[in-house]
Structures are given as C-alpha cells and as structure tokens.
Write a protein that binds this ligand. Structure first.
Ligand SMILES: [Zn+2]
Length: 147
C-alpha cells in the first residue's frame, strides 16, 4: 500500500474504507483490463505544419521549432478516460493524486442498514473477479484521505 502519511496538519481529511483492487496509475488499469487506450495525441507546438504527413513520414519533431510533433499522453490523460471506460464496465473507482482503486467505497454509509452495504460489496466483489480474474488481489483498504 502506498497511502502517504504525514501530510500538512491543517489540511482537511476524511477517512475512507474501500473494497477494491489497488493500482499505481491509470495506465495500468487500462492494461489490466486490456483496453486499448486510444488517447488522441495533442500537438506540442502551434506551428503551421502538416503534422499527419510528417508523422507518416516517420518524423517525430516539428521542423520549425524542434519540439515533439505530438505530446505523449500522461497520467492525467489516462485518468480523464478512466471514468467513462469504467462506467461502461459497470464498476467504480476511487482515486487521489497518489493512489487509485477500482471498486467501491464502503465507508461513507455510517449508520445505514447493513444489508445494502453487504449487497454492494458482494456485487462489487463478483464484478471485480469477472473483470480482473479469480486470482485478482481484491482487498478492503482503509485510511485517511487528505485534500
Ligand atoms: Zn513547432
């Protein structure tokens, strides 16, 4: 687990309890689900050039300014895609800057009837096994989330 401790003391925090599978980053979720991450590459500069034909000629850099023709997608590009991809698969996720869980939050229903929570946990557990396989590392994680 890579949940960081020791944040600045006056930042607000809330506790969480999650049933799910832990991932270091969004790209590895796409890989684990075998989803081709078709993320449109953005131009790196604003020069008036024919990027597509330069790319098909095997060129990687802008001939005018020397920057990359297209920027490599980063973690945040993958995270932007994650929400829609996972909702298509009928599974949720929870994330902070430093971690990401595919699964459900089971800690935000204090005082509620236990039945719906157990149903939600069972449904999520079944779905996670369908998506990531019977051997997937499904656990209950709890901690404090700092904002
Ligand atoms: Zn350029």
């Amino acid at each position: 687990m890579k949940i960081r401790n020791g944040f600045v003391s006056n930042s607000s925090s809330s506790s969480f309890c999650i049933l799910g599978v832990y991932f270091d980053n969004a790209k590895s979720v796409f890989e684990a689900l075998s989803i081709e991450a078709k993320i449109e590459a953005e131009p790196s500069c604003s020069c008036d050039i024919d990027r597509e034909s330069l790319r098909s000629d095997g060129c990687k850099f802008c001939p005018k300014c020397g920057s990359l023709l297209f920027a490599e997608p980063d973690e945040w590009d993958f995270r932007e895609r994650l929400d829609s991809e996972l909702s298509k698969l009928d599974i949720g996720y929870l994330s902070s800057e430093n971690w990401l869980f595919v699964g459900c939050d089971i800690g935000s229903e204090n005082g509620s009837n236990v039945e719906p929570t157990i149903e939600k946990m069972q449904k999520t557990h079944t779905r996670l096994k369908e998506l990531f396989g019977d051997d997937s590392d499904i656990r209950i994680y709890s901690g404090t989330h700092n904002y």
